[in-house]
Write a new protein. Structure first.
Length: 397
């Protein structure tokens, strides 16, 4: 059994003392200040057709600390400030590599509050974590123990909009092993009536987590809208709205973890559809339901767990007509509106729309795995024979 070394983050909730909360809040503010100042300096240099790298930004930070206006930067640990500059460097690298947009300034109200500490800025002994500039260790609720003999290389402390404090321990986990290879393969069709439909005929109900809390969320948002701007009561109302959103996200993430773990354990090959969720949420009638289904999060979990355990995830082209193609004879229907949930093919086969789509995805995925064919609709199949046509020809006697 193959063992793979992966970087794995273990996230826990903790409850800081008043002094620790004040120290971390100051650190968050300094991290945001340094990031924004470095971004402004690099933007001005870019306008002069000059480039500023990480080393130059670090020299700027040293000079800023010596000024009277920014002397407060010396009151917090220097490591999170340096890490902020490294994150900015990564953001510019991704921008120049055309993998991301131009970096944006961090907002005091909207941006994520976090600070990253490397090994020189924390002490971890006997499951007690003490950060730089702090005398007492953090009171962490160990919901699950760290694997034996594992120590973190990076610690990230954050506070979400609901006011909850979290610490993430990044560790090199050598204990993740590839699962035993099997011949099992499954096609997975994502939907809204049912969250997932498998080629085996099984359907996973859509829990609709956001709809369950929609009434409470609307009530909290109405109360928030009535509060005076920048008032203490408005901050409290905003926190209540954030707690409801956090509860929805927690339930959704927990359900997706359970589903993806089961799929990866039971199947060697998992075939999904390459959906463009970013474009699909532009549909105003379905945007809320699509966002609540979290198809992108499902795919992300499926892919990294498959990489951990030696499984294969195949994404079929979004234009592949999986719903309109008969999985029995290969005939392609002319039209298939969303209102049609079951249809009868000319060959006499009665199809459930979602199950049929999952079966076609599985067949296309097997074709891709076997010969590397591109899965495109019949109307356009550049670069060789489409996998759909190959699968159709294989079914013919």
């Amino acid at each position: 059994m193959t063992t793979s070394h992966v970087k794995r983050a273990f996230k826990y909730r903790f409850y800081p003392t008043d002094a620790q909360a004040a120290e971390l809040s100051r650190t968050f503010g300094c991290v945001r200040k340094v990031y924004n100042m470095a971004l402004a300096a690099r933007t001005e240099a870019w306008a002069r057709q000059e480039r500023v790298n990480y080393n130059q930004s670090s020299a700027m930070l040293t000079a800023w600390k010596k000024t009277g206006e920014l002397a407060y930067l010396n009151e917090v640990s220097s490591v999170p400030l340096q890490q902020a500059l490294r994150h900015l460097q990564v953001a510019f690298t991704n921008f120049f590599g055309k993998r991301a947009r131009y970096p944006r300034f961090k907002s005091r109200k909207k941006s994520r509050k976090s600070a990253e500490y490397t090994t020189s800025a924390f002490r971890f002994r006997d499951s007690r974590l003490t950060l730089a500039k702090m005398r007492e260790p953090l009171e962490i609720r160990w919901s699950r123990p760290l694997p034996e003999g594992m120590s973190p290389s990076t610690v990230t402390v954050s506070q979400d909009a609901a006011g909850r404090w979290f610490v993430s321990l990044l560790c090199d986990d050598p204990g993740i092993k590839h699962l035993t290879t099997t011949d099992a393969a499954i096609g997975i069709d994502a939907g809204l009536d049912h969250l997932l439909t498998f080629s085996t005929g099984e359907k996973i109900a859509n829990p609709r987590h956001e709809r369950c809390d929609r009434v409470a969320l609307a009530k909290a948002q109405r109360r928030l809208a009535k509060k005076a701007k920048d008032s203490v009561n408005r901050a409290k109302a905003r926190r209540k709205v954030a707690k409801i959103h956090a509860r929805i996200a927690d339930r959704r993430r927990d359900a997706l973890h359970k589903i993806t773990t089961r799929l990866v354990r039971d199947n060697q090959t998992l075939v999904i559809e390459d959906l463009t969720v970013r474009n699909m949420v532009k549909n105003r009638r379905l945007a809320r339901a699509i966002s609540d289904a979290a198809w992108s999060q499902f795919r992300s979990m499926l892919e990294y767990k498959a990489a951990w355990y030696g499984r294969e995830v195949i994404a079929i082209d979004r234009w592949f007509p999986s719903s309109k193609l008969c999985s029995s004879c290969g005939a392609l229907a002319d039209e298939m509106p969303l209102s049609v949930r079951a249809w009868t093919c000319e060959c006499g086969t009665i199809h459930d729309r979602d199950v049929n789509a999952a079966k076609n995805l599985l067949a296309a995925g097997r074709a891709v795995a076997a010969c590397g064919a591109g899965v495109r609709p019949q109307r356009s199949s550049p670069g060789g024979q489409s996998a759909m046509k190959q699968e159709t020809s294989r079914r013919e006697p």
